[in-house]
Write a protein that binds this ligand. Structure first.
Ligand SMILES: *C/C=C(C)/C=C/C=C(C)/C=C/C1=C(C)CCCC1(C)C
Length: 262
């Protein structure tokens, strides 16, 4: 495969931007977590861990991209040609297997549900997330479309289970959330549904006949945007819920104190 200068640079710049966005988000979540009420702090700390892991993996992805193509002079001009080192998809899957279960744990942690419910949801949703990524990998590294379809189908089962739990079971718990944040927590679920849906659709690209340089560039740029939205933007959203809940706790503590004084 051959990439034009601008195709190669577009992907390279996108990876670079993602490293910066994830790194900045990690600093923000770690430092601001100290201002969050201890009850909700875990949610913000986990957001920090997710973007820190992604920042590291994007550094490796950036390097792998630069190792996989080399500037070459041809008769038609200067292009980027594939080297003997293939671009490494493993970094993405290594990242997902760690960060995807943590993302569902962020949402559960910020809801601060009763311990048995939180534990059950974390195990089931986190477990399904790990299973989804493991089942996707054999298809990802296969160039046989039959194998890709098989593992796409298998991986879709835990994916649909996650969406089902988020949209049905979690609604019951939603009713018990403070009114000020109920709408935002509900929207956080849709944010997961919307941003996560990008991945199984992008996976289909080679199976529906998309190939070559344009498909590769679209896929890498698409994954980067989806990752920034699903990790950094989602984390900010979780942070805003945690911050509002912290204010509510402080407000309650203050009014309890003034009643006592009176
Ligand atoms: C930060 C990274 C995130 C949120 C990644 C999410 C990835 C998925 C939801 C991937 C799902 C897949 C399927 C449902 C089927 C095909 C294989 C996968 C792994 C791409």
């Amino acid at each position: 495969m051959e990439l034009s200068l601008s195709q190669f640079e577009l992907v390279s710049n996108m990876f670079s931007f993602t490293i910066a966005a994830m790194g900045a988000a990690a600093l923000f979540f770690f430092f601001t977590s100290f201002q969050i009420h201890p009850k909700y702090r875990l949610a913000v700390l986990v957001s920090g861990v997710v973007v820190a892991l992604a920042c590291y993996h994007y550094v490796r992805i950036y390097d792998s991209w630069h190792d996989a193509y080399a500037l070459t002079e041809t008769e038609s001009g200067v292009v980027f040609q594939e080297t003997a080192t293939p671009f490494n998809d493993y970094y993405r899957y290594a990242d997902w297997i760690l960060t995807v279960p943590l993302l569902v744990i962020e949402l559960i942690a910020v809801m601060a549900l009763a311990a048995p419910i939180a534990r059950s949801l974390s195990w089931r949703l986190g477990g399904a997330a790990v299973l989804m990524i493991i089942l996707g990998y054999p298809g990802e590294i296969s160039s046989d479309n039959g194998t890709r379809w098989l593992f796409w189908g298998l991986s879709m089962l835990p994916f649909l289970y996650i969406l089902f739990v988020l949209l049905t079971e979690l609604s019951t718990s939603l009713a018990r959330q403070p009114e000020d944040v109920r709408g935002r927590i509900s929207f956080a679920r849709y944010l997961i549904v919307i941003t996560w849906s990008f991945y199984p659709i992008a996976y289909l690209a080679p199976m529906i006949g998309l190939s070559g340089a344009n498909a590769e560039v679209a896929l890498q740029v698409g994954y980067s945007i989806a990752d920034v939205l699903a990790k950094a933007a989602f984390g900010l959203y979780i942070y805003s819920i945690a911050a509002t809940k912290s204010e509510l706790e402080t407000g309650e503590a203050l009014s309890a104190h003034s009643e006592y004084a009176a």
